[in-house]
Design a binder for this molecule. Sequence first.
Ligand code: OXD
Length: 310
Amino acid sequence: MTILFYTTFSDAKIWKKEIKKQFKNEKIVSIDDKKNYKKVKYAIIWNLPDNILKKLTNLKIIFSQGAGVDHILNLPSYKQTPIIRLKDPAMGDRMSNHALSQILNFQLNLKKYSHYQGIKKWVDDIESYAPLENNKLTIGILGVGFLGKHVANSLKKLDYKVIGFKKNKAKKNYGFKIYDNNLNQFISSSDVIISILPSTKETTNFINKKFLSKMKKKSLLINVGRGNTLNEKDLILHLNKQKNFYSSLDVFQNEPLPKSSKLWSHPNVTITPHVASITIVKSAVKQMHLVYQKYKKGKIISDVKLENGY
Ligand code: OXD
């Protein structure tokens, strides 16, 4: 079987080597192998240009190199080819660690101490700490898909109180309280909100002025989902009004975040460059190969719901 591999990841060479190793019986081609386009049945991709997708007329299945599939669904030539998103527990662990680091930063006032270190000032104002015990902090998970559940379960093990939000009625037991369709209560109960929302028409600007105004005055918003789900202008206005409100952002409306963005220098904002759930190559390709074997036996169906857009 001929597999096309294309990525804009900076470690593309490492990916290619690993794909060749694990898919050793298959022919791996790149977008430069134009004569092979018609033979391509499989594609492992991240940010494939639309003009290439258009030419892959025999494509049977697409693997997303990440958990998100918006980079495929947004291509004008994309029709109905089944998509398999990457569901790698190692990515979930990575995202849980990222979320935990940001919660602790908030919980233990570390951002403040880092500021004081910069000006060589010893400030031991212990009474201004956020609750020290994990079980006094409620962490709200916005978007309880594969990664959301993984993060929730890791935090639960550390004794945090975890709740989730889901727009439709929860059909299964998540192991933590789900506020289905009760967004206001979800927002106002959370000390920390971790947004792992995908990018869809419905989620664009989901976290806006109204949403932010319902968050606790002293709280933290972590965005590790997609940048367009958060209205950055509304966030800056909110941050300027609420001195105990913090935000940790890994994804942005425009990436790389433009130098002109006010978010860079806001004292209550932490910025990371879309690294919260970096794909771990070996483990990711292994997952893809396992799915590939199942697919060859006719066992796998896509878990991307085209009608929902994620
Ligand atoms: C992903 C991402 O979709 O890292 O996996 O953004």
